[in-house]
Ligand binder design. Structure first.
Ligand SMILES: [Zn+2]
Ligand SMILES: [Zn+2]
Length: 153
């Protein structure tokens, strides 16, 4: 599992990486698919498939939601995109950091950010140590009200 941390995300480097992975597996890079990759490589805000669709459609009006779904699902299966499932909202995606990491979710505007958590890997080791489980993945969500939404109150 990928465990590299990239605090200074470089959208171009991440985009190149995604392109390389798809090419390695013999997948075609249509202009629509490239647009999806670009959005995922540069979006810190964890977009939903619908949000990606709206942005791709602005550039390629003939794009269908199914096309976006297919590309996101493919990347998810390849381990190049992290899916955050929510029972009451649509799923959100992180294409910058596709490995498990903590998330902070605004309960008002549903914005999702990656907080810097220094003890995160220690936490994982602690859980493994105290339970004798072999940890394969984890999910750590914090919920709050973002500064912008606090201002509106
Ligand atoms: Zn907010
Ligand atoms: Zn994230």
């Amino acid at each position: 599992m990928l465990q590299r941390d990239s605090p200074m995300a470089d959208p171009q480097a991440r985009l190149d990486e995604l392109i390389t992975r798809l090419k390695e597996r013999g997948h075609r890079l249509t202009p629509q698919r490239m647009a999806v990759l670009k959005i995922l490589a540069a979006s810190e805000e964890h977009p939903s498939v619908e949000q990606i669709y709206e942005r791709v459609k602005a550039e390629f009006p003939m794009t269908s939601l199914a096309t976006i779904y297919k590309t996101v699902t493919l990347l998810k299966e390849m381990g190049e995109v992290l899916e955050l499932g929510f029972s009451d909202d649509s799923n959100r995606y992180d294409g910058i950091r596709p490995y498990p990491h903590p998330h902070l979710i605004c309960i008002k505007c549903k914005k999702i950010v990656d907080p810097k958590v220094a003890i995160w890997s220690e936490l994982r080791q602690e859980v493994a140590r105290s339970t004798s489980y072999q940890i394969v993945s984890h999910r750590l969500d914090f919920f709050g009200i973002c500064p912008q939404c606090q201002e509106k109150e």
